[in-house]
Design a protein around this ligand. Structure first.
Ligand code: SF4
Ligand code: SF4
Length: 307
């Protein structure tokens, strides 16, 4: 990915519900408030909801097609070569019969299509999801959505990244800051986005589950050789803040900041009005607002934008 001009920040976390989208949206808004050209990419394709938090609408819907092998029975010699070589075991072949594609396990690799000696496999396609591109209050948003019952979520993330690369190739200075918001977990969708980032911010919460999932995602981040700093959300939960931060330090995990439980944040979330929006009516002296501001200052120092 082209990162010569833009800074690419990936917001992730091993566990669901830790506040990844809340952080991604508010960080994007804070950069936008300072006049930066910001693109937010929602890569949580099974549950994309950044637009709701931004109180916006999805526009410019585009299908994401996925390769589907179609057997041409007039050409097929029933040799079985395609089934023998399909690593996903997605072609059922019984002697002297035409192979049957099992589309639920097909990876779309196209190997069968390329190796068939009779050219009997045709490249068909099916729509597995959509990507949208829209602008909400001066913020550019790309969002991917996987269709229900489809399993190939990584293909939607790839489509988002391809679209992004195309734009940066044509206009390298179109965006100053790109924020990638991942799905929870440490699977291939998440890996794709982390691999394309300059820096990574995992979001966690001060619970045993939060720490366990954080350690899993940290392993993936280290494997991909990325620099990371953690945000602890709901840090004042049950009074474990100090103990939790100390435990992370003992594990040599760097901390970008923490966000306490705060009624303004909850209200902003419910209303779809980001707390850091320049037009928001939330208390600028409140704990949530101050916590986000502190995180933003630390982030700019980390990126070398300010000393
Ligand atoms: S490799 Fe081609 S010819 Fe052979 S069984 Fe498969 S589709 Fe038919
Ligand atoms: S596209 Fe790849 S995974 Fe799907 S049936 Fe063909 S060889 Fe198997």
């Amino acid at each position: 990915m082209n990162s010569k001009k833009s800074k690419i920040i990936c917001i992730t976390g091993g566990k669901g519900g830790t506040g990844k989208t809340l952080c991604a949206v508010n960080i994007a808004i804070m950069f936008k408030n300072e006049g930066k050209k910001v693109l937010l990419i929602d890569g949580d394709v099974e549950n994309p909801n950044t637009y709701l938090l931004l109180n916006g609408k999805l526009e410019n819907k585009k299908d994401v097609p996925f390769f589907k092998p179609k057997i041409n029975e007039d050409k097929c010699s029933k040799c079985g070569l395609c089934a023998k070589n399909c690593l996903a075991n997605a072609l059922l072949h019984i002697k002297d019969a035409f192979p049957i594609p099992i589309l639920t396990v097909c990876s779309g690799c196209q190997l069968c299509y390329k190796i068939c000696p009779e050219n009997a496999i045709e490249a068909d396609s099916k729509t597995i999801g959509f990507i949208y591109s829209t602008k909400i209050n001066g913020l550019s948003l790309f969002l991917g959505e996987l269709m229900p019952s489809e399993a190939r979520s990584a293909a939607i993330v790839e489509a988002l990244l391809e679209k992004f690369e195309e734009i940066l190739e044509a206009e390298p200075e179109k965006f100053d800051i790109i924020i990638l918001d991942t799905a929870p977990g440490a699977h291939c969708d998440v890996e794709l986005l982390i691999a394309n980032a300059d820096i990574v911010i995992p979001i966690t919460e001060p619970t045993k589950f939060g720490k366990l999932d954080l350690i899993r995602i940290m392993e993936l981040i280290m494997l991909l050789g990325k620099e990371s700093r953690v945000i602890v959300n709901r840090s004042s939960l049950l009074g474990f803040r100090d103990q939790f931060l100390k435990e992370l330090e003992e594990e040599n995990i760097k901390i970008l900041g923490d966000i306490p439980l705060d009624s303004d944040i909850v209200e902003s979330y419910c209303q779809g009005t980001p707390i850091m929006d320049s037009n928001s009516v939330f208390d600028r002296e409140g704990a949530g607002y101050r916590a986000f501001n502190k995180i933003y200052e630390n982030l700019k120092k980390w990126l070398g934008i300010i000393k």
